[in-house]
Design a protein. Structure first.
Length: 184
């Protein structure tokens, strides 16, 4: 068990003076925007001080409110930037030559939309429908199955990092069989 002195020393070492100064500068800028910007809290406060001596509770409340809201907006932009989210925009046909012919893998590429990686990503096939001349019918496939990632030998979750594309295999077609084989 550690004593209080060691804990305070670790806390002090973890503080980055430059980041703290940047944080307080962002809070100050947002507070200034709130007091004199769209919130227009500063105008009634200024008019009030022309007729009456500034009320300490009102002035304290306005400053505390501005700091609270400014802190929220300073935190919000970084928080939203780091919330993991994915998007699928591309579909690929990847040929895979074999001795008996060339299979074609159908793949999708999930893309990370934020600056933060998305951990433990795994693709699941939840439904397969069959096209019957003029409409879709549900197939006999009735339970979710884990799909495999391209370039991976095991069916396990991966980390998708920003700017590094990874492909998820959906199915492949071998020209000799003319059959669709799911990558599960």
């Amino acid at each position: 068990m550690r004593d209080l002195g060691e804990g305070l020393q670790d806390f002090k070492e973890g503080l980055d003076k430059k980041l703290i100064l940047e944080y307080w500068a962002a809070v100050r800028n947002h507070a200034w925007e709130i007091l004199w910007g769209a919130g227009v809290i500063g105008i009634p406060l200024t008019i009030l001080t022309l007729y009456y001596a500034p009320a300490r509770w009102l002035l304290g409340f306005a400053v505390a409110w501005a700091i609270l809201v400014a802190g929220y907006y300073a935190w919000r932009s970084d928080h939203l930037r780091l919330i993991p989210s994915l998007e699928v925009r591309k579909l690929f046909k990847q040929p895979n030559p074999t001795p008996v012919g060339s299979s074609i893998f159908i793949q999708i590429e999930p893309r990370c939309l934020t600056e933060s990686p998305v951990y433990e990503c795994e693709g699941k096939l939840v439904k397969v429908d069959i096209w019957k001349t003029d409409h879709w019918e549900e197939s006999e496939w009735n339970e979710p199955a884990i799909l495999g990632w391209s370039q991976e030998k095991e069916y396990k979750p991966i980390t998708i990092e920003p700017g590094i594309p990874r492909r998820l295999n959906i199915f492949f077609v071998h020209p000799n069989d003319k059959a669709i084989v799911l990558c599960v």
